[in-house]
Every structure is written in C-alpha cells, then in structure tokens.
Design a protein around this ligand. Sequence first.
Ligand code: MN
Ligand code: MN
Length: 322
Amino acid sequence: MYDHSFVLRNYTDNHFKGKIRIEIVQTEQYLKAGKIASEVREMVRIKDWIGKTVFEICEEVEGEIIKRGAKCAFPVNASINEIAAHYTAEPNDPITIKDTDLVKIDLGVQIDGYIADTAVTVCYDAQFDGLVKAAEEALANAMSIIKTGVKASDVGRTIETTIKKMGFKPIANLSGHSLDQYTIHAGKSIPNIWSIGGFTLSENTAYACEPFVTTEQGGGFIRNGQIKNIFALNSRKKTKNEEADRLLDFIWENCNMLPFALRWITKEWEEKQARELLEFLIKKKSIQAYPILIEINKQRVAQAEHTFIPNENGVTVTTKAE
Ligand code: MN
Ligand code: MN
C-alpha cells in the first residue's frame, strides 16, 4: 500500500526546509546590508560636515554605500534643523551646513532588495546635544525590550517615556516600520508614542525603529512641506510618451519600487528634460513624489534609527555599530 503519511511528511519536510532556506538567505542579506549601513553611518557620525553642501554629503554617503558593493535603498536624506525627514539634495544643491545646524542623515542600503535603514543626527551646537542624546537613548531603550511577541505599543511607550523624562517631546506622527524585499514601508508601524492596539513583533521579520525628538517648544508633530525631492515608481503602465516610458524602465531596472532622486537620473538625462519627464509622470500617477516633513512649530528635530529582527530571546540589530 502506498504510504500517504510518507508523502505528506516528505512534502512537509521539503516545504519546511525550503522555508528555512529562504529565511537563512534573507537573514544573511539583511545582515550584510546592516553591516555596510552601520559602517557608513559611523563614518558619517564622526566626520565634520560644516561647510559642506547637502549635495556633497548625499553624493559622498551614497558613494560609500556603493563602494562597499551594495546599492542605495533610497536617496540619502540630509534633513536640517526643523526639517525632520525626506530632504535629499537637488542636483548641485548649494545648501551648506553651518556650525549651528542639526542634521539628520538617514541612509538605506539594499542587497537583492533586503534593506538596512539607519540614521544618525550630527550636531555642532552644544545646546542641542540633549536632543540627539534623547533620540539615541530612546532607540537603545526600545532595542533593549524587543523580542518576538513584544507589542509595538510597548515599544512606543518606551520611546515616549525615555524622551519625556529627558525633558523633550517625541514626534507623534512619525514612526518606524516593517520592511520587506524592495519595500521600505511594508505595512506595520513601530510608533514613537504609546497608543492603543497595534500588533506584536514577529520572528524573521525586519523592522526599523526611529525615534524623532523635538524640544519642549515643539508641537511634537510634523506637517508636509512644499518641497518634494524624493520620488518612487507607482505604476509601470505605458504612457504613449517614448522618453517617459524609457525613464520608467530605467527606474524599474535601477531602483525597482524603491525611492530615487532627480540626481540619480541626471546621469542619464539632461536636468531640464529629466524635470519635465518627472513632472509628466507625476501627473500620470506613474510616479509619486514625497514632500519634506517639517516640525509644526519649526523647532529642531533629532533622529536615531536602527533596523532589527526580533527573536525568541531578544533581537538582532542588523545596523548595530561594531
Ligand atoms: Mn531611515
Ligand atoms: Mn525608516
């Protein structure tokens, strides 16, 4: 008689092994991306960026990622003072770092679409050192409580409590996020404040945790700004404009569905034409543009960020410093 239990067991074993193999490969790629991201972040942390333009910063940091054999998961963000996030340099952007500035440098590394997302705040004005310290401590405290099954709302509570104890405010409407292959925001949010409900952290899932901190005078919220200089593909549907379709293909091949900057396409198209094509594709809804995010009371904002994978006993912080 044919042994069905054997067939089933064999199927289950192979299926199980296949799943485990995928998880091992994924974890390896997450760790590789994380190691590169942490090396580059630590280089960013100790470097003196005063007098450099944001164009120089973004290009140099992206160059460091590429030099290490990885790709950028998104354009390097260099968001100054009350701009909390989502500012990347325009081509030849002349904005220059002053000795009073607080700069969030947020970088993403990807290997086969597996992402390490990490950020550091550089600060040259001692009166804002506390803000940076609060973001770093909130992140460290959050990492210390993480393991499989921990509630995202408890991570938010830890972040909020740490920041408030130090006399500052968390940004309530910015949060961390689950990650997936070629996907930066994969559907789940890791809040920076305590909130009702939410989900529990799963094993073999990568998440980013990113506390944002502002001063007591801050509103503790961000709003969208006018400037939009980060973009991502929305749809690959043909547009009947040959050059626009060529741009869509170029973005898909180089970035997949991940974000990109105008700087990345002016290597292939002249700037004026690149801007026109982008505008056309935004109107067609083939491309979406992300606005910069500004603190509602225009107070300074600091940020710290790690990517992590929870496990039964604790957490692997893929972007932890050596
Ligand atoms: Mn980030
Ligand atoms: Mn992030």
